[in-house]
Design a protein around this ligand. Sequence first.
Ligand SMILES: Cc1ncc(COP(=O)(O)O)c(C=O)c1O
Length: 392
Amino acid sequence: MSSNLESFNFDIPVERKGTDSGKWGWFGEDVLPMWVADMDFASPQPIIDALQRRVQHGVFGYGMDSNALKQTLVERMARLYAWTIQPDDIVMLPGLVSGLNIVSRAVGEPGDGVLINTPVYGPFLTAPVNQQRSLQSARLEVTKHDRRLHYTLNMPGLAAAIQPTTRLFLLCNPHNPVGRAFTRDELTEIAAFCEDHDLVICSDEIHCDLLLGGTRHIPIASLSPEIAQRTITLMAPSKSFNVPGLGASFAIVQNAALRKQLETSMAGIVPHVNLLGVVAAEAAYADCDDWLQALQAYLTANRDYAVQFVEERLPGVATTRPEATYLLWLDFRATGLGEKPADQLLKTAKLAVNDGAWFGEGGEGFVRVNFGCPRSLLADGLARIEASLKAA
Ligand SMILES: Cc1ncc(COP(=O)(O)O)c(C=O)c1O
């Protein structure tokens, strides 16, 4: 296996300028982009080959759900998580931001509440409001040892934020931006809370394959059949295999009534999944396990490099040590970069990172850095931060 793993080379930069990449195009050519969550690696060869074969066919008419993909997903959930699902439990979606909006619309009525923990991926804050739900939130619990941050779900905060109108809890696991992969005990506690308050759980598990240093992912729906009955799980190959531009994702909904609610809220609005996205998803889940394993090892080494760099060379900056994702969450509040460190880094270092405020309460004064890139780019980005701090 090791010789196979060594055959993937994530060190080679791929030129993305001039490709209409959102990440590389938004801030201009002189800026190093370490913001939006896609990676600067080419997708695995089996995906590229499968797409080429499909493109060669030359006919791109309307598609339909792929039974082969659904069967592969059923086997994958059983193999990775000992989680038994059926092909009919899977609802294909063009994207998971759509998924968060569809779920917010499908559960409860206008005016009902949706509960979240912040800081969290921005659309968790906007999707409920887009769908006329009221947002109820509590900050994640955070502890700090030296300059290491560790986040946990804030159960007392959630208990205080919940209202009689609350119908839905949005969970992000693994968590963007704080990089937690929640443990079985943590998931059991939040699941019991949702049972006690009769909440539907929507668990966004888009980062479930980006596991660092031997971390394991546990889908909350796999805890028990009872929890599965109240859970909508959102997953996609997009982050794992770097195909977010191809628009193919899915929900797993084992409760037939809940699935019907979801499908009703999609009707006439949500388009069919992109034909090429389905081809990519099939190849990703069928043929790319070795690539994914090599990617996890590379990202783990990037994480370790970045955390060490922050702790040795970025005075005053506190950092998470993510268990999953390729996202580092940095606290600049004790530095001279001011209240908006992301703006400062863009101006003084020509480095684009995400402003922590976009992730809601508890994110002000933080930035999110994407380390899903060749180590040389990561080193460049971190050196730019170091220079900005010295100049501040
Ligand atoms: C937690 C989470 N959910 C959803 C998405 C976006 O999903 P999509 O591109 O499928 O809309 C992201 C992208 O960064 C994410 O981090």
